[in-house]
Design a protein around this ligand. Structure first.
Ligand code: DQA
Length: 152
């Protein structure tokens, strides 16, 4: 029997608070792409590399942590834009450290050119790679990184 489904496993594409508002949220900083656009593109790029995607967005810290925990069972890698929780959440950092899956932290904007409080990330030390300031292309770059580094 032939199958057309991807075979390399699932990538969790995890977006945190306020990222559901992309497209209308501060377009001068975040651009005009919507979260749906990002997720559609992620699906296409991951699919070309043989991965499925699971897209989760939540404004709640606990729901993001639950999604990271679930990834232990149902994903082979994580792309995470934790939004403002990046700069505040020890709990999300601990979740990423606990699951020990390959993970890439993405920020649409260049957080280092912005307010001081955005310069520190609790997550960066427990992920493999950080991509900042590449706009929504960052998600594509993150998926490409995982596709190149995960087992074929
Ligand atoms: C962000 C940067 C964060 O500082 C901010 O709180 C966000 C979005 C980004 O993608 O540039 O919500 O993660």
């Amino acid at each position: 029997m032939t199958s057309t489904s991807p075979t390399r496993g699932t990538l969790l594409i995890l977006n945190g608070p306020n990222l559901n508002l992309l497209g209308t949220r501060e377009p001068g900083i975040y651009g005009s792409a919507t979260l749906q656009d990002i997720e559609d593109q992620a699906k296409a790029v991951a699919g070309e590399a043989g991965f499925d995607v699971r897209c989760v967005q939540s404004n709640s810290e606990g729901a993001l942590i639950d999604a990271v925990h679930a990834a232990r069972e149902n994903a082979v890698g994580i792309v995470i834009n934790a939004g403002a929780y990046t700069h505040t959440s020890v709990a999300l950092r601990d979740a990423l450290a606990a699951v020990r899956l390959p993970a890439v932290e993405v920020h649409i904007s260049n957080v280092h050119q912005r307010e001081e409080f955005r310069h520190h990330s609790y997550l960066s030390a427990v992920v493999d790679t950080v991509i900042v300031g590449a706009g929504v292309l960052g998600y594509e770059l993150a998926i490409t990184y995982l596709a190149r580094t995960l087992p074929a």
